[in-house]
Write a protein that binds this ligand. Sequence first.
Ligand SMILES: Nc1ncnc2c1ncn2[C@@H]1O[C@H](COP(=O)(O)OP(=O)(O)OP(=O)(O)O)[C@@H](O)[C@H]1O
Length: 268
Amino acid sequence: MIKAENLSVKKGDQWILKNVSFAAEKGDFIGILGANGSGKTTLLKALTGTIKSNNGSVTITGERLNEMSFKARAKKMAVLSQASDVTFQATVVDTIMLGRYAHLRGLFMQESQQDRQIVDQVMKDTKTIHLKNRDLLSLSGGERQRVWLARALAQEPDCLFLDEPTNHLDLAHQVSLLDHLRLLVDEKQITVICILHDVNMASFYCNKVVLLNEGQVQRSGLTQTILNEAELQKLYGTTFYSWLEPSTACKQFSIKPGWLLNNKEGKQ
Ligand SMILES: Nc1ncnc2c1ncn2[C@@H]1O[C@H](COP(=O)(O)OP(=O)(O)OP(=O)(O)O)[C@@H](O)[C@H]1O
C-alpha cells in the first residue's frame, strides 16, 4: 500500500536519510524507532510529501506521491505532526472540521450533515466532545494533542502518519490513544505509521517496526522478531534487558540505570 524505495534526503552537505526502503500494507501498525537525530521526523516528512527527497520514491496504493494533488493526498493520508504552538484562535469543533476540507463539495465548499456526523464521532472517539466550543488557545498540551488527532481522523484517511503522538499525554491517555489507533487498524484496516520513543508501547501496539540508525534502516520487519535487546542496544547505544509481560506475552524492555548499578550500597 505504501512503498518507500531508496529514499535519501540531504540538508546542506549532510545526508540525513540514506536509501531508506520499506513497505506498509493495509492493516499494518508500524512503529518508527530510533535515537534523537536519527532522521525519524525527516522520514515521516518525506513519506508524506512535506519535504522532497533528493533520491528515491514514495508510492501510495500504486500512485507516486509527487504526482498526486494536495486534495488527492489529503483523502488518502492524514498527518499528526509533533505538537506545535497554536498561533490562531478557533474553536475545537471548527479546528476538527478543517480535517474534512478534502471531502467538502459544492461551489462554496459547505459542510454536509455527513461531515458534521463524522466530526461528532471523532470528537467522541478522542474524548474531545466536552471541549467542543472551547478556544484552542485555552487547552492544555494533552487536550490539544487529542484535538490534532481528531482533526487527522476526521479526514478518514487510508493511512495515518503520527510523529510522537503520545507526547504531552499522561499514561491513561497514551493507552487510550494507542488503543483507539489499534481499533482503527483492526476494524477499518487503515495503515498507521507512527514515530514512538517508547519501545514498550511499540512492542504492545505495533505489528512491525522500522529501526532507524543515523539515517539508515538498521532493520525492519515484524516486531516480535526484530525488537530485542541486541537491536535496541545498537540503536540507542545503551544496555537493555527484557522480560515477557505475563498477561499479554509481549516483550517489555528496561534500561540499566547506571547510577544505581554503580552505587554499591544500592541506596536510592
Ligand atoms: N533543515 C535542516 N537543516 C539541517 N539539518 C537538519 C534539518 N532538519 C533536520 N536536520 C538534522 O537532521 C537530523 C535528523 O533530524 P530529525 O528531526 O529527522 O531527527 P529525529 O530522529 O526525528 O530526532 P528526534 O528524536 O530528536 O525528534 C538531525 O541531526 C537534525 O539536526
